[in-house]
Design a protein around this ligand. Sequence first.
Ligand code: MG
Length: 458
Amino acid sequence: MPELFGTNGVRGITNKELGPELALGLGKAIGTYFGRGKKILTARDVRAGGDMLIKAVESGLLSTGIRVYEAGQVPIPAHEYGVRRFGYDGGVVVTASHNPPEFNGIKVIQADGIEADVPTEEEIERIFFGQKFFAEEWRGLNYDTERDDRINGEYIRAVLSCVDVEKIKQRKFKIVIDGGNSVGSITMSVIAKALGCEVHEINAKQDPLFPARNPEPTPESLANTAKQAKKLGIDFGVAQDGDADRAVFIDSNGEVQHGDRAGVLLAYWVSQKEGGQPKTVVTPFSSSNLTEEFLTQRGIQTRWTRVGSRFVSRVLVKEGGIAGFEDNGGFIYPKHQYVRDGAMAFALMAEFLASESRTSAEIFGSLPKYYTSKIKVPFKKETDIAAVLSRVTDAYSGMGEVADTDDDGIKFSGKDFWFIVRRSGTEPVIRISVETRSEPMLRGIVERLKALVAEKNH
Ligand code: MG
């Protein structure tokens, strides 16, 4: 795996680990990689330091003779859609997605609108560390950076074109949108209103300090939003992360639903909507067992991948499939584009619910019941993950087996439970996910894993 790039771009604490010098160098390396004369679209979310970092990246890109176009502050899926739709050679975004507010990041998008693959990132790092930057001759430098103001409008049109607007409008859904104080609010409410929804917005104002909640939409960070949603008597609600590629749903009882529970419903709906055979859904091994349990009964195959949305994207491109999703709320609808898209997931959910007479709480409540917990434990980047993993597998030996593994962690499966212990690719934490068939079992495993991971961890 590349050194600077994690599972989703370069991430670090703003102006400490990730400052203008690194951004400038990355801009030069990315520009050298794409090549002089190429057109690159830039964008960012609302994070503090975004303006500083994007200007440094653009300066680096310009020095290599790249033609830079700016989308400004837009949802990242809108940027990705714009890169492909308007024929850019690539894109660069300054965002740290769901990470805590003090983080920022830089991510490369390829011409197909998908996050750069590992070989591309390795090549960019080789240029960066070798300082093999191309320097454009003075007379060839871009005269003036242009702005591309078509991105949000075209994106909204594209999302709406994928669903039956009239059918959804008839239901006059009462909804809550929690934009998490970032770029999601810019387009989500426009889309919801076009779908005839009565919209109640929470955390809609863009704010680089994320005063209301952590940018990661989880049952914990959305507790307040869920409470308000219940009081309002909504049909359903949706919450986004910092770059707006995730959609986490709240049902009519005010319950925050994990992304894989919404994912199977949306995947099922897409299969109904589109018909045809064969049907495959792509999801990382961090998703619930309910995925297979629910989808197999409905004639849909599950294709498991390693953790990271871009792996889901690439499998969808290569092998085909009707949808892809993650347990964190990322949903990919390939008919629209091959990347996670929060607003697209929302529009599909509205269309699915419009085809149902049951309430959203009844529908989510009808899914197979599993008990899940997802927690983060602080972890130093340089600490040996292998030692942690062998401690964990030793402790559970004889109770199951390692069912899947990648560079950063393992999935361990036993009777009536599985867990994942995995180093985050985007922040210095270990993520522990546990799924069981009973609540006491869940609590026991979570406590034991927390202790095992924390041991000698500093
Ligand atoms: Mg995100």
